[in-house]
Write a protein that binds this ligand. Structure first.
Ligand SMILES: [Zn+2]
Ligand SMILES: [Zn+2]
Length: 264
């Protein structure tokens, strides 16, 4: 196993309804894989969905159990691995204040931005659905930029989730805007292992070649939905090859941003 990646801040749990394994199995597999810093970032519960049976995120009622369980493991395994508690969240402008109010009491360590939806998951518009609509591409970029500017996000997960099938010229124009803004804010962009593992349209060479040429910072994210994701050498090698092809070197460590410090 190549142990050159000592951190992973993109880790799910069974609470999101589409990941499997116990919390402890994630921790123990990460330790065995040589990870020294492990961040849990399960799909955030969104208060506007309370009572809605989402299959892509944890229920609001599970928030306390999640934070408590991960904190307990952090204490138990502190001599072997450093564990942080965070969430992967969409930035939804109209619901952000409610999300902040939900999460603030838990004093979480970090958030990563995963903009799976532009509005909500209720209108069916998944960011990763293929399409050549420039307006949707621009909307994604504008929303991500607005989110990054809130100062709440440690990094941008799968920045290339938006699946624009139109011309490179249009794609590069908008994504350049995204990359330059992330660079200005010193927010790293993630090469996402889960997309590679599942042969999705990301991580995208088109995107990472562009971002590399613009001088962004990059991190690997396992986006683990099973504990053995930490052991997946084929995905590690594939993502490493992509990074190398694009001339990308990865950050040796990630600086966490404490969320909600500036929101009022
Ligand atoms: Zn997921
Ligand atoms: Zn994820």
């Amino acid at each position: 196993m190549n142990n050159s990646m000592h951190y992973n801040f993109h880790t799910h749990t069974f609470r999101c309804h589409h990941a499997t394994g116990t919390d402890r199995e994630y921790v123990e597999c990460a330790i065995k894989a040589g990870i020294k810093t492990l961040g849990f970032s399960d799909h955030v519960p969104y208060p506007y969905l309370h009572g809605y049976p989402s299959t892509v995120r944890m229920d609001m009622d599970d928030t306390s159990d999640y934070v408590t369980a991960i904190r307990a493991l952090a204490a138990e395994y502190k001599d072997d691995i450093q564990i942080f508690v965070g969430f992967e969240a969409e930035y939804l402008r109209d619901h952000w204040a409610d999300l902040r109010d939900l999460l603030l009491p838990y004093d979480i360590d970090y958030l990563i931005l995963g903009q799976h939806f532009l509005h909500s998951e209720l209108d069916g518009s998944y960011s990763g659905a293929p399409g050549a609509d420039e307006a949707k591409l621009k909307e994604y970029v504008d929303l991500v930029i607005e989110a990054l500017n809130t100062g709440n996000f440690t990094y941008l997960a799968h920045p290339d989730l938006i699946n624009f099938t139109g011309s490179d010229e249009i794609y590069n124009k908008h994504m350049t805007h995204l990359c330059l803004e992330a660079k200005r804010l010193s927010i790293p962009l993630e090469i996402n292992f889960c997309g590679y593992l599942n042969q999705r349209h990301y991580p995208s060479k088109r995107f990472f070649s562009l971002a590399a040429s613009l001088g962004n910072d990059f991190v690997f994210g396992r986006d683990a939905h099973t504990p053995d994701a930490f052991w997946d050498e084929a995905t590690y090698n594939g993502c490493s090859a992509l990074a190398e092809e694009c001339g990308i070197s990865l950050l040796p460590e990630v600086t966490l941003r404490k969320p909600f410090l500036n929101d009022h």
